[in-house]
Design a binder for this molecule. Structure first.
Ligand code: DGL
Length: 285
């Protein structure tokens, strides 16, 4: 289904016909790894009856250091896996994939609704008192055009300091969420932002909310730490409501977890991240 360029979907018609209009069909979520579970937990809290099929492209994590063409090819491949499973909507729970692949995803799977993420620059600009905001994201998001356009559009005279969170995704993927190992990675990343007197810090990667407590401890109470998870859940809710696609029964939603990497490791870390007993299944995509 994925052409050499990574953006074609030769079986387009067949795939498009698989787009589900059944309100009880699952929501699809993907990320480079397990970070997108920070978005899932917001969706699960807001829409507890929904069933979710989540795929972590763990064999290719991190996306944030890969060339844009590879991010596009992988995004189209894992989204195709979800589309074929009959999902009614796909949440791209990855800022990096949203920045580099959302247009190609919509072209590859016409008829499917994709919800993309972007760093919460707009709310941060509204909150700052010092006129200085920090945005922490993956190297590829920080250097991408989309973030630049977003900042140009919303900064309104506020100084927006972007910085790459090198090494932070790897910590979350290993299930290391606090302690000296985390401080050794986040300290050198956060110090320049503190020196710059930012008072709002945007977590522009879905892995980073799992390091929220360590980050908040490090920057102290004068810096508010925000992310886009809740806004994306609200957007998903509104799209499902407008499309009459909200699940219509009970409170017993579920999550089915797939990984292109090691299933035992994904089971261990996802259980740790979510405090739920999850079991991952390996798939080749
Ligand atoms: N969690 C992803 C994001 O929001 C990607 C992290 C990565 O794989 O580099 O950007």
């Amino acid at each position: 289904m994925v052409g050499k360029s990574g953006v074609e979907a030769p079986e387009e018609l067949e795939i498009a016909s698989a787009v589900s209009t059944d309100r009880n069909a699952p929501i699809g979520i993907f990320d480079s790894g397990l970070g997108g579970l920070s978005v899932w937990r917001e969706i699960a809290a807001m829409m507890p009856a929904e069933h979710v099929q989540y795929i972590a492209d763990s064999a290719f994590v991190p996306y944030g250091v890969r060339p844009p063409e590879e991010i596009r090819a992988r995004s189209i491949a894992v989204a195709g896996f979800l589309v074929e499973r009959g999902v009614k909507l796909v949440v791209v729970a990855c800022n990096t994939a949203s920045a580099h692949a959302i247009d190609e995803l919509r072209t590859a799977y016409p008829g499917m609704t994709f919800v993309g993420l972007e760093p919460a620059v707009k709310p941060a600009v509204g909150m700052t008192m010092t006129g200085r905001v920090g945005v922490l994201a993956t190297p590829r998001t920080v250097t991408g055009d989309r973030l630049r356009v977003l900042i140009d559009h919303w900064s309104d005279g506020v100084q927006v300091h972007t910085i790459a969170g090198n090494g932070m995704v790897e910590l979350v993927e290993a299930g290391v969420l606090g302690g000296d190992d985390v401080n050794a990675v986040i300290g050198p990343i956060l110090d320049p932002l503190l020196e710059d007197h930012v008072d709002v810090l945007v977590l522009g990667c879905t892995h980073y909310p799992f390091l929220h407590d360590a980050i908040a401890d490090y920057v102290g109470p004068a810096v508010r730490v925000i992310d886009s998870g809740n806004a994306i859940a609200r957007r998903t809710l509104s799209l499902l409501q407008n499309g009459r696609l909200l699940h219509d029964r009970g409170q017993a939603g579920s999550i089915t977890l797939f990984t292109t990497g090691d299933a035992d490791e994904a089971t261990r870390v996802s259980t740790l991240l979510t405090s739920r007993e999850l079991t991952a299944t390996h798939v080749d995509v």
